[in-house]
Design a protein around this ligand. Structure first.
Ligand SMILES: [Zn+2]
Length: 438
């Protein structure tokens, strides 16, 4: 890995003061940032990188996705959430194999690296195969093996089996892999099952990654069955006693927000998915005012359809400004922090998501030698409102290049494209293939 010196960089640090540096240096040693601004005179790099005309900033953390669902990207369009899940997604997934999960996650990893993502929180099945992709790709990830459970028993993997997964992978790949337990949601899991899962998470020392309050119907169902909101139902059953990644959290009462703020809960807003499926708007300003950590996620590629955190950040800003009829909402670098360090913290990587001495060299370079990135009055605004994921030229995790000059260095991209497409067609029974041959 050695010592790397990046020179002539315009740097968005996202540090406590929101410092921006122009034509500055970053010295990297043993995977960490050793110095920022000007490298020490005695720093002898093994590699020197000229970052002229590039912005260097922290890499993104996608705090909620289902990465292997790349295989059903574009397979269920323009339909409501319930039909989308029942008629299309869960049916296609019934044909899923462990090898499909590997190739689907590999396709996602290639896309994420190309878009400047350095870490992701994944919630799916056969997660040992996703862990394999994380190991090979050089990315960071927090992996949760999804489970559904009723009083009568569990569907899919069992809790003891998942405990083995956690024990086997927590801290693996040089600490790049973290794990959580993944009960699907309060509406597909019974209170008894959630309580058992929460107890297991506490025993294993991990958090819980779950879907929460995605629709008004889910809230009404919870009130009718338990006389509790979904948040109260999770709280009552001990789920909020461990760190929680709560995806969506759209329909919340003021009391719900107070509960979330008083626990270690990160709410993950997935703005593109919320718009595409017509779900609603996560009350981000109110959550942040209450003190809740809010991060950003793409959700699965079937409901987005990209794994593009630059797009997610832009949509997060635009959606709240429109919804609140207030252009001053989501100002400055707030949304970039949600897309980087807020997610990193929730995923278990507190030294990622900020460029400061002692933090991980988890960084990306964005090419500014392109019309939409000029002039450079405001680097944050250029990234948030003008840059596209194709402008990301270089990606580094812990001092290791995963992409250099737009070439993926850890993954066999051509093979991944072929394998993923072949498997995706088999999974949906060749229907897509028939359409394609018209
Ligand atoms: Zn989801």
């Amino acid at each position: 890995m050695g010592r790397i010196l990046i020179r002539h960089a315009d740097i968005i640090t996202l540090n406590a003061g929101g410092r921006i540096l122009r034509d500055a240096e970053i010295a990297i040693e043993n995977g960490l940032i050793a110095a920022l601004g000007t490298a020490p005179a005695d720093f002898e790099p093994d590699e020197t990188v000229d970052a002229t005309d590039h912005i260097v900033m922290p890499g993104f953390h996608n705090a909620h996705t289902h990465s292997p669902m790349t295989l059903v990207r574009g397979w269920a369009e323009d339909m409501p959430l319930e039909r989308w899940l029942n008629d299309r997604i869960w049916r296609a997934e019934s044909a899923l194999t462990a090898d499909d999960v590997y190739w689907g996650a590999a396709l996602a990893a290639a896309e994420m690296i190309r878009g400047g993502t350095v870490g992701f929180a994944d919630h799916y099945f056969y997660m040992d195969r996703v862990a394999q992709v994380v190991t090979e790709s050089g990315l960071r990830a927090n992996l949760a093996w999804g489970v559904f459970g009723a009083e009568s028993g569990e569907v899919g993997a069992t809790l003891p089996g998942i405990a083995d997964f956690v024990a086997g992978w927590q801290g693996a790949a040089d600490g790049r892999i973290r794990t959580m337990l993944g009960p699907h949601s309060p509406y597909t899991c019974s209170p008894q099952f959630l309580a058992r899962t929460a107890a297991a998470a506490a025993r294993l020392g991990v958090g819980i990654h779950i879907h929460l309050a995605e629709s008004m119907e889910q809230v009404e169902h919870s009130l009718a069955h338990y006389d509790l909101t979904p948040v109260e139902m999770l709280d009552r059953n001990g789920v909020l006693d461990v760190p929680v990644l709560a995806a969506h959290a759209i329909y919340l009462t003021e009391a719900d927000r107070t509960i979330l703020a008083s626990r270690q809960v990160t709410v993950v807003q997935c703005p593109t998915c919320h718009m595409k499926l017509g779900m609603g708007v996560t009350p981000v300003p109110a959550l942040q005012a209450a003190g809740v950590n809010v991060a950003l996620g793409t959700d699965g590629p079937a409901s987005n359809n990209a794994l593009d955190m630059l797009q997610e950040a832009r949509h997060a800003a635009l959606l709240q400004k429109l919804h609140g009829l207030d252009p001053e909402l989501m100002a400055g670098d707030l949304v970039l922090r949600m897309a980087t360090q807020n997610g990193a913290r929730a995923l278990g990587f507190p030294l990622s998501g900020e460029l400061s001495p002692g933090h991980y060299a988890d960084l990306i370079m964005i090419d500014c030698a392109t019309p939409r990135m000029r002039p450079r009055h405001d680097l944050v605004a250029n990234v948030l409102y003008a840059a596209g994921s194709a402008d990301v030229s270089d990606v580094m995790v812990a001092g290791r290049w995963l992409m250099r000059r737009r070439v993926l260095l850890t993954l066999d991209e051509a093979r991944i494209l072929d394998e993923a497409e072949r498997r995706a067609l088999r999974m949906v029974g060749g229907a897509l293939h028939r359409l394609r041959s018209y």
